[in-house]
Write a protein that binds this ligand. Structure first.
Ligand SMILES: Cc1cc2nc3c(=O)[nH]c(=O)nc-3n(C[C@H](O)[C@H](O)[C@H](O)COP(=O)(O)O)c2cc1C
Length: 177
């Protein structure tokens, strides 16, 4: 990614690794980026919107039907962003990206943006190794999305395997190098 990235949409999906999202926001902000967080409904179970709003200094966008959003957020955020970063990205979200779905705010935003998209998957090793996930990852790479990780290491299940979210510092470094 380019050093010129200034406006980042951070999309957070419903992985246990979503608790690391505020660290990613903090790292991006320290590098001088403006960050807007967009959560899937599932992600709200894993990370507090208050934490993300506080570190990004902006309200968190949750859905296309959010009455606080007076404009079409998926379109306005899609064109506002220099970069759309999805971290963590669930297996289901990757599948939706591969299908070009637009049902939720984050899905529609990715479909609408002309900016680079970076996807950082996080899931169980078994989910990562499934042929369906592999096919979905190949597909989104064909779309031009950059896939960062996942890493091998200790997973939420306690097992060791590939599926771990790339560390927040590393994600931030990748965005700016
Ligand atoms: C405790 C818990 C942890 C989960 N962690 C993950 C995960 O790390 N990766 C993943 O792909 N799905 C995980 N899931 C399943 C997703 O939450 C589920 O597929 C959800 O529908 C994803 O929604 P979203 O992609 O719209 O955010 C987890 C579910 C639970 C209950």
């Amino acid at each position: 990614m380019a050093k010129s990235v200034r406006r980042v949409v951070l999309g957070v999906t419903g992985s246990i690794a979503a608790y690391k999202a505020p660290l990613i926001v903090r790292g991006l902000v320290k590098k001088g980026a403006e960050v807007r967080c967009v959560l899937t409904p599932s992600a709200e179970r894993f990370v507090a919107t208050l934490s993300l709003a506080t570190v990004s200094k902006h309200p968190v966008a949750l859905g296309m039907d959010d009455s606080a959003l007076w404009e079409m957020a998926h379109l306005s955020l899609a064109s506002w962003a220099d970069l759309v970063l999805i971290a963590p990205a669930t297996a289901d979200f990757v599948a939706r990206l591969a299908q070009g779905r637009a049902q939720g705010l984050l899905d529609a935003l990715v479909l609408s943006t002309k900016s680079p998209v970076v996807v950082c998957p996080a899931m169980d090793a078994e989910m990562w190794e499934h042929p369906a996930t592999k096919a979905n990852i190949s597909r989104i790479k064909e779309f031009g999305y950059c896939v960062l990780g996942p890493e091998k290491g200790e997973l939420a299940s306690g097992k060791i395997g590939r599926g771990r979210l790339v560390e927040p510092d590393e994600i931030v470094r990748s965005v700016f190098t």
